[in-house]
Every structure is written in structure tokens, then in C-alpha cells.
Design a protein around this ligand. Structure first.
Ligand code: TXA
Ligand code: MG
Length: 318
């Protein structure tokens, strides 16, 4: 398995044939750029960790921020997250559409922990765009999809923007013309008692507050726009962590990589896509191992290694 850079990118009008191609690619663990009513998304089957890792690799993202899971309807959303009255109310008012809800994740759902970056919350949205809807129905599962742009570039509202940014890095772009809204979804956090506006977006704050019947907390008006990840808690194991560990100390659970076998390995073949896909899963395994600490083998800094090291660094700092 490689991170697929240097491949042919096909841009094609979204029709029954190309939608079927997209569904096949997604089912076999590949990634596809798909239009939504907000911006174009770079989609992967949310159940397949290696597919999700390819999204990060293609975007060249320096970190593993959690991704939004797109589902076909509220019924599918309820299989992934706990809906309280507030969540039901906002789903009824704005789905399908440009609102994302961050909710408590249900346990034992078929969502790769890389999608939620190890958190116990999950971001979900039901998109309105008929092409994204058709792909979701064809696949029958949720799609993790960040905006389909290389890291640091603006979000793509046309297939051509996607091509300029990700040409050679993804196999297929479905073209359905410009996105109607052109602004990313608004993100509302309902993981605790205080409803929060985590990102300003396609639906105005006042409109959401009217539907909810209560105000949204915005940590800082400007920060919420500049740094949507600001209010994010990061997953960290409840054990001391030591990085760049060639050998484990007594009592440590050793996570290996490449030649370093460890108790279990992120990737015996030094494949960074596989390592990214297994990262949060193995941290959880180590956390419940009953050992006194976690040691992690050195991970190279190239490709997805940068994001893996970034996340390990945060986890080690607690
Ligand atoms: O309109 C959109 O939302 C587009 C289209 C493709 O649907 N998607 C999009 O995804 O903008 P992305 O990955 O660029 O932004 C996702 C945002 C990030 O700011 C991330 O931090 C936040 O959602 N997020 C995801 N899961 C979260 C969670 N569990 N808690 C808090 N924030 C979360
Ligand atoms: Mg984005």
C-alpha cells in the first residue's frame, strides 16, 4: 500500500456511470472528490482506516484533525451518535444541508478511530447535494470527507479548484459544477450542556439560534473563524508516553514500527498509511494493556509521518 501520489486523476461529469465508478473506488478503499452543496469534499469510506489515511496523505495535512462523517439521512446518523432533543431539533431544521453536529459517539460503531482522531465525539452531517446523496446511497455507509483541497489552500467550490490542488494525488473527481453555497458547513457542538458554535459557515448563527431556541456560545468571535480546531480536545492516553523509543523500559507497552517489532506494530513494513490507520487503535490497546507506560518506536518524518509525530507529540504532552 502506498499513499498513491503520482497517479492519474480523472475529472468526469457526475452521472449514473461515474457515480457507480465512485462507489466502487470507495468500497475498495480508494478516495474520491465529490461535490456537496457547501464545498467539494475528498471522501473515504469512514469504516476503512487506510482509506481515511489516504485522505490525509493526499491533502498533505500536517496533523490529524477529526473529519466530518457524511450520512444519507438522520436515521443513519442516529446509528453513530447519541441524539438528544437539541440534536433532533437542529437535524429536523437543517438536514439535509450545511450544518454539522458534533455529538457523543456511540460505542462499537464501524467508524475508524482515525476519523474521530480518537475522540469520543463525532461530527456528522447529512448533505443535500444529489450527487453526494447518490454516492452515499450507493455505498450504504458513512463517508469521511474534509474539503477537497491541499492543506493550507482555500476550500474548493468547483471541480477545477480540486484538480488544481489535488491533481496526481487522487483517482477521480466528480464534476457537478459550482457548489451552491460555497461556504463550509456551520459546526455546532452538542457534546455537553452548552451548545457551541465551533465554526461559522453556511448557516447563519442567528438562524441556528432561532431553531434551537437558545443562544450558541462562541468562545471568541474571531478565533472561531480563524481557528476552527481551537475548541477541540485532543485524545491522550491516561498513561505516561515516551517517544522515539527503540527499546521499551520495564513495564512499558511498546508500540513498534518497521524493524522495531514492539508488543504490536503500527506497520511491520514501515508503511505510513497503514501506521496512520492503526495509530489511535493501538494507543487505545496500549492504554488498556495494564502496563505502567507506553513507548513508541521512532516514526520517520516524511509523508504521513509528520502528522503521526504531531499527534504522538500532543498525546505525550497529555
Ligand atoms: O462543508 C463542509 O463541512 C465540508 C464538506 C466537504 O462537507 N467539509 C469540511 O470538512 O469542511 P473539514 O475537515 O475541512 O472540517 C471539519 C471540521 C474541522 O474544523 C474539525 O476540527 C471539526 O470539523 N471537527 C470534526 N470532528 C470534530 C469533533 N469531534 N469535535 C470538534 N470538532 C470536530
Ligand atoms: Mg477544510
Amino acid at each position: 500500500m502506498t499513499d498513491s501520489i503520482g497517479q492519474m486523476t480523472r475529472t468526469t461529469t457526475a452521472d449514473a456511470k461515474s457515480i457507480a465508478d465512485a462507489v466502487c473506488l470507495l468500497a475498495e478503499g480508494s478516495i474520491v472528490a465529490i461535490p456537496t452543496e457547501t464545498v467539494y469534499g475528498l471522501a473515504a469510506d469512514a469504516a476503512q482506516g487506510e482509506a481515511v489515511a489516504k485522505v490525509y496523505a493526499a491533502k498533505g495535512r500536517p496533523d490529524f484533525n477529526p473529519l466530518i462523517v457524511h450520512v444519507v439521512d438522520v436515521a443513519m446518523a442516529r446509528t453513530l451518535a447519541r441524539f438528544d432533543a437539541r440534536a433532533e431539533c437542529l437535524a429536523k431544521a437543517f438536514w439535509p444541508g450545511g450544518l454539522t453536529l458534533v455529538l457523543p459517539r456511540l460505542e462499537n460503531v464501524a467508524i475508524s478511530p482515525l476519523v474521530t482522531a480518537g475522540l469520543d465525539t463525532i461530527a456528522i452531517r447529512v448533505p443535500a447535494h444529489p450527487i453526494m446523496q447518490a454516492v452515499l446511497r450507493g455505498l450504504g455507509r458513512g463517508l469521511a470527507a474534509p474539503s477537497a483541497n491541499a492543506s493550507g489552500r482555500i476550500s474548493p467550490t468547483q471541480a477545477e479548484h480540486v484538480r488544481q490542488s489535488l491533481e496526481g494525488r487522487i483517482p477521480l473527481i466528480l464534476d457537478a459544477g459550482p457548489c451552491a453555497q460555497g461556504l463550509e458547513s456551520s459546526i455546532v457542538g452538542l457534546a455537553d450542556n452548552t451548545p457551541r458554535l465551533l465554526r461559522q459557515g453556511a448557516i447563519a448563527r442567528e438562524t441556528i439560534e432561532d431553531a434551537l431556541g437558545q443562544p450558541l456560545l462562541v468562545a471568541s468571535e474571531s478565533d472561531a473563524i480563524v481557528a476552527p480546531g481551537m475548541l477541540l480536545r485532543h485524545y491522550a492516553p491516561r498513561l505516561p508516553m515516551r517517544l522515539d523509543a527503540v527499546h521499551a523500559h520495564e513495564g512499558e507497552y511498546h508500540i513498534g514500527f518497521g524493524d522495531i517489532a514492539g508488543d504490536t506494530s503500527l506497520s511491520p513494513s514501515s508503511d505510513l498509511v497503514e501506521a496512520a490507520a492503526r495509530l489511535f487503535e493501538l494507543l487505545h490497546v496500549a492504554e488498556v494493556s495494564g502496563r505502567a507506560g507506553i513507548a513508541v518506536a521512532p516514526i520517520p518524518m516524511h509523508g504521513l509521518g509528520a502528522a503521526i509525530n504531531d499527534r504522538l507529540g500532543r498525546a505525550a504532552r497529555g
